[in-house]
Ligand binder design. Structure first.
Ligand code: GRF
Length: 207
């Protein structure tokens, strides 16, 4: 199967993005990072993309004050770079409906818990891990899901469990889950690139 052309969209440092770029570079993932997009012009994700010669685009309400124009700009960039799968990696904004429709069934997000538990509005960052600990869960995990218009709502593509330790703080749990995210995003993308996981939006679209 040919190399999967990925867009990575991240708001901040993008440690998941870094893990995916490293895996692609080292040949552990048969994928090409075709473009990196961020809503944050100062983000480490754009800096890293530029330093590696990967096309890097800043699109936000500062570059496009109309949400519809922003949506179209993102969609155009994805198309110009021949993107097959869109990978959200800590993107703190919503994608527009035109982009979601065009890439329906091939936009992935990663969430630091076992959805449908601990997802939805307000469930991001340490809030997720605080809620997991308050509920007395013994196990949490990582979910990779397809993105639909509502937060954390699309069909689940893959999940893995991460143990919760009795003495965990939100920080220690967040760290353990994040480490697992890095491996699990790469593993899941590898399975997609090998056709072992079939994304509904990718059928008949691989170059
Ligand atoms: C991760 O915990 C991910 O699950 C969530 O946002 C965080 C992004 O972390 N969607 P990073 O920017 O990849 O380090």
């Amino acid at each position: 199967m040919s190399q999967l052309r990925l867009a990575i969209i991240a708001s901040h440092g993008g440690s998941n993005m870094q893990a995916i770029l490293d895996a692609a570079k080292l040949g552990r993932l048969n994928a090409v990072p075709a473009v990196v997009i961020s809503n944050n012009s100062d983000s480490l994700s754009l800096a890293r993309a530029r330093s590696e010669g990967i096309p890097a685009c800043h699109f936000s309400s500062r570059t496009h004050s109309e949400p519809d124009d922003l949506d179209v700009a993102i969609l155009q960039a994805l198309n110009v770079h021949g993107v097959e799968v869109v990978v959200l990696a800590g993107y703190m904004k919503k994608l527009g409906l035109k982009t979601l429709r065009h890439f329906s069934g091939r936009v992935l997000n990663i969430h630091p818990a076992l959805l449908p538990k601990y997802g939805g509005p307000g469930m991001y960052g340490r809030h997720v891990h605080e809620a997991v600990l308050s509920a007395g869960e013994k196990v949490t995990g990582v979910t990779i899901h397809l993105v639909e218009a509502e937060y954390d709502s699309g069909p689940i593509v893959a999940q893995c469990e991460v143990p919760v330790h009795a003495d965990d703080t939100p920080e220690s749990l967040a760290e353990r889950v994040l480490q697992r995210e890095h491996e699990f995003y790469v593993e899941t993308l590898r399975k997609i690139s090998e056709g072992k996981i079939i994304l509904p939006g990718l059928i008949g679209k691989q170059q």
